[in-house]
Design a protein around this ligand. Structure first.
Ligand code: 4NP
Length: 159
């Protein structure tokens, strides 16, 4: 199994959206069994909460169901266990590298670095923003997840 962990701040907007989008893409391709997909936050203040209302509503309009997800903080064990640990912005990357055990500080990466054609490295925080901010985050997350799946299909999966 290929482990993919998406990480943002609160685990209530960006990373649960990425978890839901990536899971849907993988399942659509019939590859659900090949992946372990999860998300977590660098800040534990929303632990136990579902994704934010606008994140759930906007994802639902594009066919992604985030309602059952619950926020949790990222742990050092996550960094050990998951093959791909992907932060949504540079603050997450820095936090993940601080948390990582010696020898694994190079494992965390920026999510959008899997999609260099986008010309962007960060998914901006939409929390407390307008609907358009959530739409923009979802656009980037869909593009990033599609690129990630193509990359993993090419490098990690034997057909
Ligand atoms: P997320 O959005 O990291 O995409 O889940 C945020 C949620 C909560 C906070 C910041 C960002 N917060 O500061 O509580």
């Amino acid at each position: 199994m290929i482990g993919v962990l998406f990480v943002c701040t609160g685990n209530i907007c960006r990373s649960p959206t990425a978890e839901g989008v990536f899971r849907a893409m993988v399942e659509r391709e019939g590859m659900g069994g090949a992946f372990r997909i999860d998300s977590a936050g660098t800040y534990d203040g929303h632990a136990g909460e579902p994704p934010s209302g606008p994140a759930v509503a906007i994802a639902k309009r594009r066919g992604y169901d985030l309602a059952a997800l619950r926020a949790r903080p990222v742990t050092v064990e996550d960094i050990v266990a998951f093959d791909h640990v992907l932060g949504m912005d540079r603050t997450h990357l820095a936090a993940l590298r601080r948390l990582a055990p010696k020898g694994l500080t190079g494992k965390p990466r920026l999510f959008l670095d899997t999609a260099p054609h986008l010309g962007l490295r960060e998914v901006a925080d939409p929390w407390m923003g307008e609907a358009a901010d959530y739409e923009r985050a979802l656009d980037l997350i869909e593009a990033g997840c599609a690129a990630l799946l193509e990359q993993l299909r090419a490098t990690s999966l034997t057909a």
